[in-house]
Ligand binder design. Structure first.
Ligand code: FAD
Length: 479
């Protein structure tokens, strides 16, 4: 039976935000001084800085360096409460959101900011046989897989001929380019020392792009620079090739070519989070929810959609890109609109101001473009990328850790711990759902003062990290 979850009632209007990503958090922060009650709901208890996921996947950074507890983020803000839970549906009439644990929350304003999920475009075998880079667990799983393959090759080098060290990255956008550069660097610099007996020149990183250029949203010069740099570093770039099928040990192209690979990394595109499909609202390309120029769902004046989930458009009617900057600006904009509405003022249209774009291509190499036709590439662009990413990362400790990791990697090629983290726990946790004791049940006798409490066993740090990985998805066959 559905339970009604009622946070302490206040006299203020309640804004329920679904999703503590870039969009949801920027909205919550913008409302900090308003007499509004905010409930932030997320299925994870942490925020993930997705632009650096590829560095976790390639052992450049540790998982905890790019994540931050949502409770810590909202701690200093009195009008925000965090609720851990996955929203499954919305009752539009009753103005309630329903969570996976069967509880529900009422709202005056609802903000849908649940982000996106990989889009496989119905390519045969892509969902089952490729690795994605959308969540922290994706990055840890991919890192473990890469490390395991090198261990296997070390035990049996004849597997190299069979393609065990072939890595195929599908999609030549920023994620694919960054991943290709970082993976090549990991192999050529770090693994060269870790596996001195392996012929690492036989390891192949292949980047496949259906279009005729990499990072096509950048200017031609930046795309050409990215291509040149990746090729120089040894990445095999295949432009104009479309993947038609992926099996557990090969990638098939429309040109009838086939590449042996047990590691296919899907960096092609995203679609709106599954919640969007459960809401009976109009959706457009990539499942994104149709919104008006105020970012509201047409006909639902108290529901806004922001970030990757929204089909927000510019003045010319083009869909805005699914980027952190769009999500953050939309969050701020909607916070202002709610305040305006409560003050009886007219709503304003959302106008995205492009702050520029950047992508790394590997060690000491990046491209950066800023408004006013400012464009640069190379080491200076790479430093700019480092500084700007450090500035927007959550938490002082995270910034310091990341800075130290980057300095260390810059001067000595050192890498993160390179732990393989997918061994099953030797003592599987027994998790029983918590049940509220029935009234009248006699309380157990309190411990006598002279009886010592036994401290719970210390959890192994590895197990602790395991605990945050949902191991139910993407179970893969071993090589
Ligand atoms: C590998 C990678 C690299 C990227 N690099 C860049 C870059 O360099 N620059 C850039 O601008 N952008 C980049 N992006 C895009 C950027 O990360 C996204 O545009 C941005 O995260 C979107 O913000 P959001 O708040 O809409 O969603 P997200 O940040 O994805 O947050 C969504 C939140 O909703 C939660 N959630 C989902 N479903 C539910 C549910 N049903 N109930 C409760 N909670 C839910 C999730 O746990 C998550 O915390 C990158 C993305 C990826 C994957």
């Amino acid at each position: 039976m559905t339970q009604i979850h009622t946070p302490p009632q206040t006299k203020h209007k309640r804004v329920v935000i679904i999703g503590g990503g870039f969009a949801g958090l920027s909205l919550a922060r913008e409302l900090r001084k308003q007499p509004i009650e905010v409930v932030l709901v997320d299925k994870n208890n942490y925020h993930t800085f997705q632009p650096l996921l590829y560095q976790v996947a390639t052992a450049g950074l540790e998982p905890e360096e790019i994540t931050y507890p949502l409770r810590s983020i909202v701690q200093g803000q009195k009008n925000v409460r965090f609720r851990l839970g996955e929203v499954k549906r919305v009752d539009w009439k009753q103005k309630r959101v329903y969570l996976a644990d069967d509880q529900s929350l009422s709202y005056d304003y609802l903000i849908l900011a649940a982000g996106a999920t990989p889009n496989y475009f119905n390519i045969e075998g892509a969902a089952e046989n490729s690795y994605t880079l959308k969540s922290l667990s994706d990055a840890i799983r991919l890192r473990s897989h890469i490390l395991q393959l090198f261990e296997k090759a070390d035990q049996d080098p004849s597997l190299i001929k069979k393609g065990i060290l072939n890595f195929v990255i599908v999609g030549g956008g920023p994620t694919g380019v960054e991943m290709a550069g970082a993976l090549t660097e990991l192999i050529q610099h770090t693994f060269k020392r870790d596996y001195p007996h392996l012929p690492l020149d036989k390891a192949k990183v292949v980047l496949i792009e259906a279009g005729d250029s990499l990072i096509s949203m950048f200017k031609e010069e930046s795309s050409a620079h990215a291509l040149e740099r990746l090729q120089e570093s040894g990445v095999h770039v295949a432009l104009g090739e479309r993947v038609v099928r992926i099996s557990d040990n090969a990638v098939y192209l429309n040109s009838k070519k086939m590449i042996y690979s047990t590691t296919t990394i899907w960096a092609v595109g995203v679609k709106a989070a599954p919640l969007a499909d459960a809401l009976s609202v109009e959706q457009t390309r990539g499942g994104r929810i149709t919104v008006d120029f105020n970012l509201r769902i047409p006909g639902r004046p108290n529901t806004f959609v922001i970030g990757d989930m929204a089909a927000a458009m510019d003045k010319q009617g083009n869909l805005l890109p699914q980027l952190a900057s769009v999500a953050q600006q939309a969050g701020k904009h909607v916070a202002k609109q709610i305040t305006r509405e409560l003050d009886g003022e007219e709503l304003q249209s959302f106008v995205f101001k492009n702050p520029g774009q950047m992508a790394t291509i590997g060690r000491h190499a990046a491209v950066a473009e800023f408004p006013g036709d400012i464009r640069f590439a190379g080491t200076f662009a790479w430093f700019t990328w480092l500084v700007l990413h450090l500035a927007v990362l959550f938490g002082f400790k995270n910034r310091m850790h990341v800075l130290i990791s980057w300095i260390c990697s810059y001067f000595s090629n050192c890498r993160g711990a390179r732990l393989i983290l997918n061994e099953p726990s030797s003592t599987p946790a027994k998790t029983k759902p918590y049940r509220i004791p029935k009234e009248g049940i006699k309380q157990k006798e309190p411990l006598r003062p002279n009886v010592q409490r036994v401290a719970p066993p210390q959890m192994d740090p590895l197990e602790r990290i395991h605990a945050i990985i949902d191991r139910s998805e993407h179970v893969r066959r071993p090589f």
